[in-house]
Write a new protein. Structure first.
Lengths: 163, 798
């Protein structure tokens, strides 16, 4: 069994983590089961739905398509960390105000993906660009319109703030 | 009746000061979800909790000859390997029938298959281990010897004499049949100037909830109690079923429903693997968790909508619809699903077809047959998308045939807005609908004339755009007529308990559940308004059979109309109790006081008399200062069930504008409109978001979603890469409008809004595609989903 279990050390939401994990364990299962960070969700388990979207070394990834052992030495950010640091507080407020979530299962991944778009783009993105960037995140409840509204509102507010 | 655009409706009966009725109040408790701090059932971990995985039949129909579990039992982490026969000692089987669906029959279904598996994916053995991964590892070691049996897959031949009968005890493969013949259909068709006849097909699809089905069952041998954490829409219904089939009393079962990651009707049924998980917990005397993975979801979550409908419409030159006739055939898998049955969808199709129109001549036949595929049952808007697509498809084909504008043909046939109360040819009773008002609103909202002009211009440039419509009716606020009269213990009633806490805040326990639609917000708005406190002072508790009033939960768009009314009435009752306390403290009459914005005030002048926290302090801690014989009652419960009408029907109309790429067959949705009438609008934003989400689910059915089976009964696309769902890039913006016709059955007057979008979207998209392709002489498309290859075939390009 021992060759199947490896020790990894990484940073999760700014805190040092050292754990022994099975080599086959996905990042999202590691976050949820070993670290009890249940804000990252498991939807399809094959990289289609985006419910497990987290950030590794600044890039968004599918937590179900990456193994925990691949994150040895990495910096991982989950919705819990993004919430506590205040980095996405305006997106969260806009989602709440616009009712851009219903069951909320896709929301952590959706907000993480939206934050990725807003960090990358210098100009305020168009609705089509927002839809394109979120097109890997499945939401069964909202029909996406409200999510696009919320992200657009934050993009405009942040754009205004930059000027 | 009046039209609103997300504005505050004037509601005289509800016009209390500081009313939240009609306001887009943000839902309470959303922050925990945006922060990833919700608690879904899949997040729950309990001490000593084990995980179960199931060995599932790879065959659609097979005898289970032998199960060898020795190797699996020795695998790391394994706690138990349990077969259907072993589990049958803990839990009894069930049969999904309702007595009011006359003749409906089904066979006993077990938590785990005993002797025979009847669809690909049915569980045949359970492996319980410390972790799900270990349980799955050990499943690989379970050897099951099967003897494959002939599989019945095609509904068209299910009733043929040559076709094997799936359940010998039933005699044939017919689950349910209904026939209806109203008016003089043959005469009306013979006398019509034009008859359109076609066959509509609807692809079997499913709910694809983002969080799969999940359950944690915890039998406490010391307490002799079963606690079930369950991602369900109907906790009290499940409490009854768990108790009944474990052979214990209902009070020995507690069902807790926390956050649920999407439901849409998927999570309102009895699932064999969930029942098995509960039985395993009792057998093993420890908590057991089951979370379906995605392939398990595709092969076991109920499917819906697999219907083939031969349909006819007769129309005269002046556009009068003379008759509708339909013949529906649907295959529902090997069992009628318990306890709501799999006869309801076909029954709804018969009820709803032709429903918006005056036409008195209507004949329908529906046959529901067994087959060896996954079970089918009620999914969002049950039957509506089918009935609406058939009706509205026929209406637009008839309009094209006689050369009349499709909206004009509707204007000539929709039931007049002043004709109510009335009923449909199928016998549905309508209190007050607003088809014409809704149509007129849609016409102007979408600038129909302008779109037609644009469409014509673009056609000259070889760009093919289409405009399609769908008028619809929607069943909401069901009374006991839906299930109760058929013998199912599914209550149509709901209750709310409201209490004033010791600091003057309001705690509400409600029997309806939160699936994300905003039930908590609506209940809080109702109580805050009828009692008289700021909404921030109201806390709503749902999903706990030990602590909430008995209720039906969330289905058939009942949470706001029924749960909201119970909450409204409970708030009023508590206000009367609190005013009695205030009057005794203030030495005045309750009638001279009111509660507004969290303060007891003088009713006439509105001046402050007593803050609620002070009232609560006196009532709870210094009752000795109250007059002798006076007892403060700071908790009140009220229940509500619709009585005057079996269902509160709503209505609406949708419009779709799209472009078809005639080279690739791809459809680009440009915009979508929906005007609907759900009576009193408690929260405009939540109503609009129900509509939008529902529309997109309907678009999924029209364009993408299809559970593809081969002729042997194997599901070919059981994953989210191959089964396509609507994603953000392909979806249009959706414009919502409203007409308001409150129901007089309740004081609030609210009806449901959850099915409307899904009911009408497939029809309007279908009609728009056919409108786009009509000048090219394409055969009308009536076989959902409308994939690019079907469109190219209709154009004769492949």
């Amino acid at each position: 069994m021992n060759d199947r279990i490896l020790e990894i050390s990484l940073t999760v939401n700014g805190a040092r983590v050292q754990e022994r994990v099975e080599a086959r364990k996905t990042l999202v299962d590691f976050l949820r089961e070993d670290l009890a960070l249940t804000g990252s969700h498991v939807g399809c388990e094959h990289g289609v739905c985006g419910a497990c979207t987290v950030r590794v070394n600044g890039e968004i990834v599918r937590g179900c398509l990456m193994l925990a052992v691949q994150c040895d030495g990495a910096a991982v950010d989950t919705i819990e960390g993004l919430s506590d640091s205040g980095e996405v507080s305006d997106l969260q407020a806009a989602f709440e105000q616009r009712n851009a979530l219903q069951c909320g299962y896709c929301t952590p991944g959706m907000i993480t993906a939206a934050q990725d778009l807003l960090k990358r783009t210098k100009k305020v993105p168009s609705r089509d660009q927002i839809r394109e960037h979120l097109s890997g995140n499945y939401c069964r409840c909202t029909g996406y319109h409200a999510i696009v509204d919320a992200v657009e509102a934050v993009a405009q507010a942040r754009g205004g703030a930059k000027k | 009746m009046k039209i609103t655009e997300d504005s505050l409706p004037v509601l005289t009966a509800l016009d209390r000061p500081n009313s939240y009725i009609g306001r887009s109040v943000p839902r309470p408790n959303l922050q925990r979800l945006t922060q990833g701090r919700g608690q879904y059932i899949s997040d729950i971990a309990l001490p000593r909790m084990a995980n179960v995985a199931f060995v599932r039949s790879p065959y659609p129909h097979a005898r289970i000859v032998k199960i060898s579990a020795d190797a699996a039992k020795k695998a790391p982490g394994v706690i138990g390997v349990v077969t259907g026969a072993e589990l049958a000692k803990v839990m009894t089987p069930w049969v999904g029938v309702l007595t009011h669906l006359k003749g409906l029959k089904s066979a006993p279904q077990s938590p785990i298959a005993v002797e025979r598996a009847c669809w690909q994916g049915e569980a045949v053995c359970a492996v319980v281990a410390r972790t799900r991964a270990e349980a799955e590892d050990a499943c690989e070691l379970v050897e099951v010897r099967y003897e494959p049996l002939p599989a019945v897959t095609d509904p068209e031949v299910a009733l043929d004499a040559k076709t094997p009968v799936i359940h010998a005890s039933l005699g044939d493969n017919l689950c349910f049949e209904r026939k209806l013949d109203v008016g003089a259909v043959d005469k009306a068709l013979a006398e019509a100037d034009a008859v359109v006849e076609t066959t509509f097909r609807f692809g079997r699809h499913t709910g694809v909830t983002n969080e799969p089905r999940a359950v944690v069952a915890d039998w406490n041998e010391g307490e002799q109690r079963m606690t079930v954490y369950h991602g369900t829409q109907a906790p009290h219904m499940m409490q009854n079923l768990f108790a009944k089939h474990l052979g214990i009393a209902e009070h020995q079962v507690r069902v807790l429903t926390k956050d649920v990651g999407g439901s849409f009707g998927i999570k309102v049924h009895t699932y064999a693997d969930e029942m098995a998980t509960v039985a395993l917990s009792k057998l093993l005397k420890r908590p057991v968790k089951f979370v379906a993975d995605r392939i398990e979801s595709f092969v076991t979550d109920i499917h819906a909508r697999d219907h083939r409908i031969k349909a006819k419409i007769g129309v005269s030159k002046d556009g009068t619809i003379t008759a509708f006739e339909i013949d529906d055939l649907t295959g529902i898998g090997p069992y009628s699903v318990y306890p709501r049955t799999s006869g309801i969808e076909a029954n709804q199709v018969v009820n709803l077809t032709g429903g918006p129109y005056k036409c008195p001549n209507y004949r329908a036949q529906a046959r529901v047959v067994f087959q060896n595929k996954n079970v089918m049952c009620q999914y969002r808007a049950v039957g509506h998308p089918i009935a609406v697509a058939v009706t509205e498809g026929l209406v637009e084909l008839a309009a094209a045939k006689i050369g009349m504008d499709p909206l004009e043909l509707r204007r000539r046939n929709l039931i007049s807005d002043d004709a109510y109360p009335t009923q449909s040819a199928s016998g549905l009773k309508f209190e007050q609908l607003s088809h014409h008002e809704a149509l007129a609103h849609l016409d102007s909202m979408m600038n129909y004339a302008g779109l037609r002009t644009e469409q014509k211009k673009l056609r000259e440039k070889g760009i093919y755009r289409g405009i399609g419509f769908a008028s619809f009716i929607e069943v909401t606020n069901p009374s006991a007529a839906f299930y109760g009269v058929g013998g199912a213990r599914i209550t149509s009633m709901d209750g709310a308990t409201v209490k004033l806490d010791a600091q003057g805040a309001i705690i509400v326990h409600t029997g309806v559940t939160e699936q994300g639609q905003g039930a908590e917000a609506v209940v809080a708005q109702c109580v805050a308004s009828s009692f008289g406190v700021p909404i921030e002072k109201v806390r709503v508790i749902t999903g706990d059979t030990d602590n909430t009033p008995y209720g039906g939960g969330t289905w058939a768009s009942r949470a706001a109309g029924i749960g909201g009314e119970a909450a409204w009435q409970a708030g009023k009752a508590l206000r009367a109790n609190v005013l009695a306390v205030a009057a005794s403290i203030l030495q005045t009459k309750p009638d001279d006081l009111d509660i507004r914005n969290g303060l007891v005030v003088d009713k006439e002048r509105g001046t402050e008399r007593l803050p609620l926290d002070e009232l609560a302090r006196v009532a709870y801690f210094r009752p000795d200062t109250l007059p002798p014989g006076f007892q403060a009652e700071l908790l009140a419960t009220r229940h509500y069930v619709p009585r005057a009408w079996p269902f509160a029907f709503t209505n609406g109309i949708q419009g779709s504008y799209l472009e078809v790429d005639t080279d690739t067959g791809f459809v680009k949705l440009l915009k979508h409109w929906c005007v609907e009438d759900c009576g009193t609008i408690i929260n405009p934003q939540l109503v609009d978001e129900q509509i939008r989400g529902g529309v997109v689910q309907g678009i999924g059915a029209a364009l993408f979603e299809h559970c593809l089976y081969d002729e042997r009964g194997q599901l070919l696309n059981g994953n989210m890469a191959d089964y396509l769902v609507p994603m953000a890039m392909e979806m249009p913006d959706i414009v919502c409008g409203h007409v308001v016709s409150p129901t007089a059955d309740s004081e609030l007057g609210a009806k449901g809004a959850g099915e409307a979008g899904t009911a009408g979207a497939p029809a309007s998209v279908m009609n728009a595609i056919n409108d786009a392709l009509r000048p090219l002489g394409a055969q009308p498309l009536t076989d959902m989903p409308f994939t690019p290859d079907k469109i190219l075939r209709a154009l004769g390009k492949v």
